[in-house]
Write a protein that binds this ligand. Structure first.
Ligand code: ATP
Ligand code: MG
Length: 422
């Protein structure tokens, strides 16, 4: 048998207690924020049929081609995948349970996502997203509202230095025309394409525009523009979104090269980007996906949504020096002797009944060593029970920040502690 220690899977992080304080705070802030816009929580499985992601995200995307943790269920041969994102599952769940039958839905979820990428700062193999989806809404009002929501969250969390990039991908017909022109253009310059682009030339030429290869930037810069193909409807939609944002003084930049890595988007797409996280600068991304519901097998219905990368958001906050204190403890219960220890455990439960945060000393030791631990625990008071106290059904209360120790009956203990810690 080997005694080597076993480490976590590469790119999958433990979140230790000190850091978890920040996560807990963040989750609470985010929940309040989502509820203030009327969004409701939905929770989907971490594992889905592989076919769901192939169909929703698209076969010729980074995620489906090379980032998915897919496996065959050893017991029944099912093809399964650890979810790489939440939109596909959310739409699947809404359809499976007829949520869209009567009314549109504002939904949110949060949790782990899995992508087999090269781990680096801000890019992990298990990471967390908060995802927000509005299913069944067609108008530009909801696109704009979702962007305003984000702006409000950054404000609420104290996140500065994020910029909004906006684009429109138009509708299917315009995309088809643009696609044909792109294929013709890139075919003309085939000798300048890298391997990825050559592979995508006919399967997904739009994604060539998203290439980060510096050698191709010049070629991409003068490629045919989707903007030139847009129909009036899509243009008006885009202009309406911009008008609402401007009326709220939300600053944005139109980035015609913003195409997003997933196939299901149309019309409005956006990203919130910071320069403070190196290459992993996108903290939040989303847009409209009017075709997805039908693609997954539902009656056609419009939809729009976005997802935030929690690790990247928290990295920004930590970069600002944000650290949260651990939750304060009210009472540390010190006890010695058999009957004292019996009473101490009941006293601790009684204090918790009264709403107090109580740490009952475990593991024995002298009064002196227990008091040292009480001191280090940060508790406001120590409740001390020896045989003497136990016999009288009493306890001593010692304020840890100085002040007189008092001895009271167990019956009056909760009230006494409450008075002392105020
Ligand atoms: P990128 O271009 O950085 O790979 P993406 O377009 O693949 O991002 P989305 O699928 O839009 O990302 O996911 C939404 C957000 O989730 C991203 O903006 C980012 O903040 C976060 N995210 C995506 N992949 C990772 C990852 N591997 N590790 C940490 N966060 C991630
Ligand atoms: Mg990616």
């Amino acid at each position: 048998m080997s005694n080597e220690t076993i480490q976590a899977v590469k790119g999958m992080n433990d979140i230790l207690p000190d850091e978890a304080e920040l996560w807990l705070w963040f989750e609470e802030e985010v929940r309040d924020w989502l509820h203030s816009y009327g969004y409701r929580n939905i929770r989907m499985p971490l594992v889905e049929p592989t076919a769901l992601f192939k169909r929703a995200i698209g076969e010729v995307t980074d995620i489906v081609e090379k980032e998915m943790y897919s496996f065959e269920d050893a017991l029944n041969g099912d093809h399964l995948t650890l979810r790489p994102e939440g939109t596909a599952s959310c739409v699947r769940a809404a359809l499976q349970h007829n949520l869209l039958y009567n009314a549109p839905q504002r939904l949110y979820y949060s949790g782990q996502m899995f992508r087999h990428e090269r781990p680096q700062k801000g890019r992990y193999r298990q990471f967390h997203q908060v995802g927000v989806e509005a299913l069944g809404f067609a108008g530009p009002d909801i696109d704009a509202e979702q962007i305003l929501m984000c702006a409000r969250l950054w404000e609420k969390l104290g996140i500065r230095d994020v910029a909004l990039q906006l684009n429109t991908l138009g509708d299917a017909a315009a995309r088809q025309r643009h696609r044909d022109k792109l294929i013709a253009y890139f075919t003309q310059h085939q000798e300048l394409l890298d391997a990825d682009a050559t592979r995508r030339l006919h399967s997904n030429p739009l994604r060539i525009l998203d290439s980060k290869n510096p050698a191709m930037q010049e070629l991409i810069a003068v490629a045919p523009k989707l903007m030139d193909e847009l129909e009036d409807d899509a243009l008006q939609h885009f202009e309406a979104v911009q008008a609402i944002l401007k009326s709220h003084d939300v600053v944005f930049e139109i980035n015609p090269r913003l195409v997003r890595g997933l196939d299901y988007y149309n019309r409005t797409v956006f990203e919130w980007v910071t320069t403070r996280l190196g290459a992993q600068g996108t903290i939040c991304a989303g847009g409209r996906f009017d075709g997805l519901i039908e693609q997954i097998g539902g009656k056609p219905a419009p939809a729009t949504g976005f997802a935030m990368g929690v690790e990247r958001l928290l990295a920004l906050l930590q970069d600002d020096g944000m650290v949260l204190p651990k939750p304060a403890l009210d009472v540390y219960v010190v006890h010695q002797g058999e009957s004292a220890s019996r009473l101490a455990s009941h006293v601790a439960e009684q204090l918790r009944d009264g709403g107090l945060r109580v740490l009952l000393h475990c593991g024995g030791g002298s009064f002196k060593s227990q008091m040292k631990k009480a001191d280090a625990s940060g508790a406001a008071v120590a409740v001390v029970i020896g045989d003497d106290e136990a016999q009288a059904n009493e306890a001593s209360v010692k304020p840890m920040q100085g002040g007189e120790q008092v001895r009271v009956s167990v019956q009056h203990l909760t009230a006494t502690v409450n008075r002392l810690i105020k």
